[in-house]
Write a protein that binds this ligand. Structure first.
Ligand SMILES: [Zn+2]
Length: 327
């Protein structure tokens, strides 16, 4: 059936940590009986994109590599703070690390890896995928694989595009990622959002024809609209009750949601901000609320790295195939 446990990321097998489902942290909503689906608790995917506060890539509003090099690094303290929060809640996550940051702070990648988290690639130079040729994209991702492999001796298992920039115009990127050996991609918002996103695609984790998994970002259909939620600017912009409600809605259907954030979002006053008013708003709205929202999510939901969530989906799919065959 094309479902083989050999496809499970080897780093997860090597660690042998408990899954989030084993820990069963008490949940606010569950205690009140509000969100009890009457079934197992769904384990959601928690993902952290490790980059600097100045690595934003908005069309026409980016800084040059020379400007990056001259700016103060804050990725280390904010990533360490993120690690501490996750450790306090007994949560492991997937960290998509930017190759440029790994090049500058290799010890940070070792620290993340040594604490048992799953390592993915966020590319090297944080360029939007739809602005690149297939050749430039391959070179950028390959460079990130090389720098990560040099530091930890292991290939990153998954890939997250800068700003979820794999859209309908650059689906070729998925074949390149499969060729480079990734187990999964987590770069697509299956809804139309300005330059990013692609409407009409599957919204649940699924296998692509190449055999690589696609784990789309969280969306929820409300009325005729499919709305993005669950991370970054959406986590900060929407009232937290919306994020909480939407995550429970997805989980009530037996499906995992994907939450993402950046360590720099824990910094309420970044020294550099985008120039345009709209981008500055997207980048900085409610930064002071990120920490408390992350803490609430960690206390209320079960989370695991993407590789663990996919492993659980594979196991359940195999089980249902066996049950169907036995009937
Ligand atoms: Zn990014």
């Amino acid at each position: 059936m094309g479902l083989h446990h050999t496809a499970i990321p080897r780093t997860i097998e090597a660690h042998g940590h408990d899954t989030a489902a084993d820990r069963r942290a008490p949940a606010v909503g569950e205690a009140a009986g509000t969100w009890d689906t009457g079934a197992r608790r769904v384990v959601n995917a928690l993902t952290i994109d490790v980059e600097e506060y100045f690595c934003y890539a908005y069309p026409g509003d980016t800084l040059s590599r020379e400007e990056w090099a001259a700016l103060e690094s804050r990725a280390v303290p904010h990533t360490l703070e993120t690690l501490k929060i996750l450790e306090q809640h007994g949560i492991r996550a997937t960290f998509f690390v930017l190759g440029w940051v790994v090049d500058r702070e290799p010890h940070l990648l070792r620290e993340i890896r040594d604490r048992g988290h799953e390592i993915g690639s966020h590319g090297f130079g944080h360029q939007l995928v739809y602005t690149q040729t297939p050749e430039r994209f391959r070179d950028d991702v390959k460079r990130s694989i090389d720098v990560i492999t040099d530091v930890i001796g292991e290939m990153p298992v998954g890939y997250r595009a800068p700003s979820f920039s794999i859209n309908a115009e650059c689906m070729w990127a998925l074949d390149i990622l499969a060729e480079l050996g990734f187990v999964y991609d987590a770069s697509i918002y299956p809804t139309r959002m300005r330059e990013n996103g692609a409407a009409g695609l599957r919204t649940e984790p699924h296998r692509l024809p190449s055999g690589m998994w696609e784990f789309p970002a969280a969306t929820l259909k409300i009325g005729g609209l499919r709305l993005p939620f669950g991370g970054g600017g959406y986590l900060r912009l929407y009232p937290f009750l919306i994020t909480r409600w939407a995550t429970h809605r997805i989980n009530a259907g037996g499906r995992p949601a994907m939450v993402y954030l950046h360590p720099w979002e824990l910094d309420p006053s970044p020294p550099v901000r985008p120039r345009s008013r709209l981008r500055r708003f997207q980048h900085t709205v409610n930064l002071a609320k990120t920490r408390s929202r992350l803490l609430h999510l960690c206390a209320e939901f079960d989370f695991a790295p993407i590789g663990d969530v996919l492993k659980q989906i594979e196991a359940e799919t195999e089980q249902s195939i066996e049950v169907a065959a036995a009937q």
